[in-house]
Design a protein around this ligand. Structure first.
Ligand code: MLT
Length: 271
């Protein structure tokens, strides 16, 4: 069964499909839960799949700040509570969603049974990256989120994917256009100020899977390799010819990696 809730009574707009165990899918910047629309359908025979829009993206209003990873992680924990999810979940974080996943683990380790880190990194922003966040925020303040469509859309999907699947390009464009100006500016500050999660990796005891495209121009695959080396129990999946959105570019390979992770989590909890 697939249910989609956009009620004002719910903390975050979200999709919710399938039965236990629970997958929590966290989207990247400046995207929305629409980037998981394939997985919300395809994985619901393996798990209950919850895919929220983070504050200021998709159908979730930006609300009052602060804009930081703690607020995003707190909103996710609140959503799980709101939905009555008592068991630990498998958190799948794409890019900025990976930063939120690591923050969720820091705050609520008991809530995390497994983790997938997709097209993301553990380190914090250095001075040049922080300055670039501020410049991007200024552009969004002045010109709106259209500037993000121009600057980011060409880098999110590999050229081969864009040519073969124009509908996916349009879906990503619509996802960016659904972001609010305030939410995008806030998220740029949240990413700029996020903590370094390198030490957090060493504290993770649950199974982790790392999925990254070989052609990711936004976050290089060397970041995935570094996280894999720092984790105790991880699988590294490098997808050839994929850019920044593996879940949309190679959904079949991506889903297979999620199913393998679910099996590793099942084995870990039955030990
Ligand atoms: C994302 O896709 O969420 C962003 O590219 C991450 C970032 O800019 O650090």
């Amino acid at each position: 069964m697939r249910a989609s809730f956009r009620s004002a009574a719910s903390p975050l707009a979200h999709d919710d499909s399938g039965a236990l165990p629970t997958l929590l899918l966290l989207h990247g910047f400046p995207l929305s839960r629409a980037t998981w629309s394939h997985q919300v359908e395809s994985l619901c025979t393996h798990a209950r799949v919850i895919a929220p829009d983070l504050p200021g993206f998709g159908d979730t209003p930006a609300g009052q700040g602060p804009f930081d990873m703690g607020r995003y992680a707190g909103a996710c924990a609140e959503l799980l509570e709101h939905l009555g999810v008592a068991m630990p979940v498998i958190v799948v974080g794409h890019s900025m969603g990976g930063y939120v996943a690591l923050e969720l683990f820091r705050r609520h380790p008991e809530r995390v049974a497994g983790m997938m880190l997709v097209s993301t990194r553990a380190g914090a922003d250095g001075p040049p990256a922080r300055a670039a966040r501020d410049a991007a925020a200024e552009d969004v303040r002045r010109q709106g989120v259209g500037v993000l469509v121009n600057n980011m859309l060409p880098k999110l999907l590999a050229t081969s994917t864009a040519q073969a699947h124009p509908a996916r390009v349009e879906a990503v464009r619509a996802s960016i256009e659904a972001a609010s100006r305030e939410g995008a500016v806030g998220a740029l500050a949240a990413m700029r100020d996020r903590p370094d999660s390198t030490a957090t990796l060493g504290a993770i005891r649950v199974p982790v899977s790392i999925v990254h495209g070989t052609d990711d121009a936004l976050i290089p695959p060397s970041e995935a390799e570094a996280m894999h080396a720092a984790l105790r129990d991880s699988e590294l999946v490098l997808l050839e010819g994929v850019a920044h959105l593996p879940q949309m570019e190679q959904p079949g390979e991506f889903d297979a990696a999620v199913v393998r992770l679910l099996e590793r989590v099942r084995q870990a909890v039955s030990r």
